[in-house]
Ligand binder design. Structure first.
Ligand code: HEM
Length: 509
């Protein structure tokens, strides 16, 4: 007995010793790396731009990093700048954008640094891969997304989510009193995030997480997905990838949480796939069921569908948030949307726009495009050069250089949009009342060229339905509007502090 206790104590001592030793080594490596990285950065480049970036002195004059970049790019003769300490070339020159996204597409893949950041969450999903893996999924997805049956499935999902969840939720927050003190505000950004999560899950998985049912607790899947996206994006913000890789190796801190969140997502995804295999999927309309007829590998199926959820969730919510941010200070635009909706729906005996009527909403389409010009959901996008190259404006691009086209800055360039580039003017998209598309290389909100967004039409349909329906029923005013919104760092533009609004029922309704 005594010898057993002794052995146990010895074992415990060894385990604790091993743990402390590993922790000490990990922590020391971590500290030395941090020191080296800082030291390298500070001594490496002292140009004005790098100095301003490293000291964050741009904050004195600009609200968001994107505003500072826009300022620098407007003042650059080639509309291209280099942030040496980030090894990053940033461009707002449409000719360069066309060159990297179309003309010399093969030299500008997403690259390893990007795919590693999202790799644990997205696996081999379309959003995260290059080459043959990407090509296969792109072809398969384009075919499915082009079909009329999936469009009408998506439309019906959106219509039901609006009629049975969004409108009742907003109705329950209507303010009746005119007293300044009785305002019951609602965070519209949060509402749109829940709305778009329900929609994209139904569309991709055939699964309804009921996030817009505020009476229910937030679904575990939504919570884990949020956490995994946030923590994956945070990997991109650390000084060096080595830092998060060491944390992942030691399974500590945010990396441990990320691992847990991804495991939760996988459990649910596997459950859905297993259920579908058991119960049949051939007459189901969702993307997963469609892909299951072509792909046997369950892990690959999970990866493909998770990419769609990531791509289609926060982007739509972000686009809708900026529309309502801008409408508060442009009541004339709001009035014109209502007039157009009434005109188009004149013959309609339902309360909801019909699918075919969507194409007649030229003004609303212009409003949505114009607000995403000023506030694009994906503010910038980077690629990594495979080989030495030169941009159309003469900028040298070295092998492995990170090149970024800055969508946010491009929406604020005088040479693209004219002197009134800062004005919210939906009319700039209309010719004789008809909506006219801009070149995707001047307006790469949905990217452009070979990897242009696959969900563009779907997203625009969803956004038009939401804006038209909300304005038909309610008057919505953001509570504290003044100046530019401040965005939180992340994969998609999110307004810090959300968008608190006051909802009133429209007179006569
Ligand atoms: C306003 C809403 C949206 C915006 C602004 C947007 C924007 C973008 C952008 C900028 C990219 C390129 C990203 C990159 O390569 O790094 C992209 C890709 C993609 N988007 Fe969207 N998106 C939106 C909505 C959607 C929706 C609703 C879906 C799903 C149905 C979707 C599916 C995809 C997919 C699958 C890709 C990857 C395409 C590829 O790599 O070939 N997007 N989107």
């Amino acid at each position: 007995m005594e010898s057993q206790v002794y052995t146990l104590l010895q074992y415990l001592q060894l385990s604790i010793g091993y743990f402390l030793f590993t922790f000490a080594i990990g922590f020391s490596v971590f500290s030395v790396l941090l020191f080296l990285l800082r030291h390298k950065f500070w001594s490496w480049c002292t140009c004005d731009i790098c100095h301003c970036y490293l000291t964050s002195s741009w904050r004195k004059e600009f609200t968001n990093l994107g505003d500072w970049y826009a300022h620098l790019l407007r003042n650059s003769p080639s509309q291209t700048i280099r942030i040496h300490v980030l090894d990053n070339i940033i461009t707002a020159n449409p000719r360069n954008v066309e060159y990297m996204l179309k003309t010399n597409f093969l030299n500008y893949p997403k690259g390893k640094p990007f795919s590693m950041i999202l790799g644990d969450l997205l696996g081999d999903g379309i959003f995260n891969v290059d080459g043959d893996l990407w090509m296969f999924q792109r072809k398969m997805s384009s075919l499915e997304l082009g079909s009329m049956s999936i469009r009408s499935y998506a439309f019906n999902n959106v219509k039901n989510e609006i009629n049975f969840r969004l409108i009742p939720l907003l109705s329950s927050h209507v303010v009746v009193s005119s007293s300044q003190h009785d305002f019951k505000s609602l965070d519209l950004q949060d509402v749109f995030r829940r709305f778009s999560f329900d929609n994209i899950c139904k569309f991709s998985f055939g699964l309804d997480p009921c996030c817009l049912e505020l009476s229910l607790p937030l679904s575990h899947f939504a919570y884990s997905f949020d956490l995994a996206t946030k923590l994956s994006a945070e990997r991109a913000m650390v000084a060096s990838p080595l830092i998060w890789k060491i944390k992942r190796f030691l399974d500590i801190g945010t990396e441990k949480k990320l691992k847990g969140a991804i495991e939760d997502i996988n459990v649910l995804a596997n459950e859905v796939i297993t259920q579908k295999r058991k119960l049949g999927y051939s007459n189901h309309q969702d993307l997963l069921s469609r892909f299951m007829t072509m792909v046997d590998n369950d892990v690959y199926l999970r990866d493909i569908v998770i990419s769609f959820i990531l791509a289609g969730r926060d982007t739509v919510a972000s686009g809708l948030t900026s529309v309502f941010w801008l409408l508060t200070s442009h009541p004339d635009v709001e009035l014109r949307i209502r007039e157009e909706t009434n005109r188009v729906m004149k013959q309609n005996d339902e309360e909801f726009l019909k699918f075919e009527e969507m194409n007649q909403m030229h003004y609303l389409n212009a409003v949505i495009h114009e607000s995403m010009r000023l506030y694009p959901p994906v503010q910038f996008d980077s690629k990594f050069a495979s080989e030495n190259d030169a941009f159309v404006d003469g900028t040298f691009v070295g092998k492995n250089d990170r090149v970024t086209y800055h969508v946010y800055a491009m929406g604020r360039m005088e040479n693209i949009w004219g002197k009134d580039y800062m004005e919210f003017k939906p009319e700039r998209w209309l010719k004789n009342g008809i909506f006219c598309q801009q070149s995707p290389f001047k307006y790469p909100v949905f990217q452009g060229g070979v990897r242009v967004c696959l969900g563009k039409e779907l997203a625009l349909m969803e956004m038009k339905c939401v804006v038209a329906s909300m304005l038909q029923h309610f008057e919505i005013r953001a509570m504290a509007i003044g100046g530019e919104p401040r965005f939180d760092p992340g994969l998609t533009a999110t307004v810090r502090g959300g968008l608190p609004v006051v909802v009133r029922r429209r007179r006569g309704i």
